[in-house]
Design a protein around this ligand. Structure first.
Ligand SMILES: C[S@@+](CC[C@H](N)C(=O)[O-])C[C@H]1O[C@@H](n2cnc3c(N)ncnc32)[C@H](O)[C@@H]1O
Length: 280
């Protein structure tokens, strides 16, 4: 499988504000599964009515929403106001237990030992240095607190699309940018085993739990449209003119690989949580 972990995502992290309104539709998470994940999180952390949650990079609240709805004290921080506006729109009235702050996960505006639970989903890789984000989480977590590093893993067909577009866009990127810029220093990748390894090295007791497993189906057209509407960071790595060429090439790839844009692809996806305890 092709990966381009050499890309410095912090350079393009602001793209979320441009795609805030598309975000949820292009990262499908059925309501019943979001509920299941929320319930599993509450179970893992043995939540009490007084449990205080923090979610750096809360975005549109895809993960936090069911926990907020249950009335737990929930603070979200995100660099993008537009992403958090999407979360605000999900409520008829802003719940009193929810605090939203526009700010940087690399410099959390909270005292040490403030939260019982900190959870993140796909945000630390957006930071210039994910290890700084991790140390901030550790700082604001209470001594008995729990950190949940969540991952909404891609299905096999999503990976195929992702890898194909990566391959195409990387060619345009390589043509237009000097080598030094296309190969930034490799930084810590805060996912899966690498995340577990770092947390263990820092003294945490770590376990990984699959909080939900479900069948996901999307049409070729739905998948292509998400790339065409620049819903992913990869689409923001090249100039508009290069993107237009890349997307045409990608359309041809879709046509060659699938009988029609109406074909529906289906596969199992999982939502995994790396649970870190005793991380003092
Ligand atoms: C991939 S989205 C994940 C959103 C949400 N956690 C989810 O799983 O749906 C990444 C989020 O991190 C936010 N973000 C990027 N850089 C950030 C930073 N330095 N500090 C705080 N939030 C940041 C983006 O605005 C975006 O909302």
């Amino acid at each position: 499988m092709l990966t381009i972990m050499s890309i410095d995502w912090s350079v393009i992290s602001n793209y979320y504000s441009q795609i805030a309104q598309l975000y949820d539709a292009t990262r499908p998470l059925p309501e019943s599964i979001a509920e299941q994940i929320g319930d599993r999180i509450l179970q893992i952390v043995e939540a009490k009515p007084t449990t205080k949650f923090l979610e750096p990079g809360i975005g549109t609240g895809r993960i936090g929403f069911p926990i907020i709805q249950k009335g737990y004290s929930y603070t979200g921080i995100d660099i993008s106001r537009e992403m958090m506006d999407e979360l605000r729109r999900k409520f008829i009235q802003m719940p009193q237990n929810l605090t939203l702050i526009q700010g940087d996960a690399s410099s959390l505006p909270f005292e040490d030992n403030s939260f019982d639970v900190v959870l993140t989903t796909h945000v630390l890789h957006c930071l210039a240095d994910p290890l700084v984000g991790l140390s901030e989480i550790r700082r604001v977590l209470k001594p008995n607190g729990v950190y949940l590093a969540c991952e909404n893993l891609l299905s096999s067909y999503q990976k195929e699309f992702w890898d194909s577009f990566t391959r195409i866009v990387s060619q345009y990127r390589a043509k237009s940018q000097p080598e030094t810029e296309t190969q930034p220093e490799k930084k810590f990748s805060p996912f899966g085993e690498e995340m577990q390894r770092v947390l263990k090295e820092q003294g945490a007791t770590v376990e990984t739990i699959t909080a939900a497993r479900w069948q996901q189906s999307q049409s070729v057209s739905e998948l292509f449209d998400a790339f065409q509407s620049k819903a992913f960071g990869l689409c923001w790595l090249v100039s508009e003119a290069e993107f237009q060429k890349a997307i045409q090439e990608f359309k041809t790839w879709c046509q060659q690989n699938y009988e029609s844009f109406d074909v529906v692809l289906s596969d199992e996806v999982t939502f995994d949580i790396t649970v870190a305890r005793n991380w003092v």
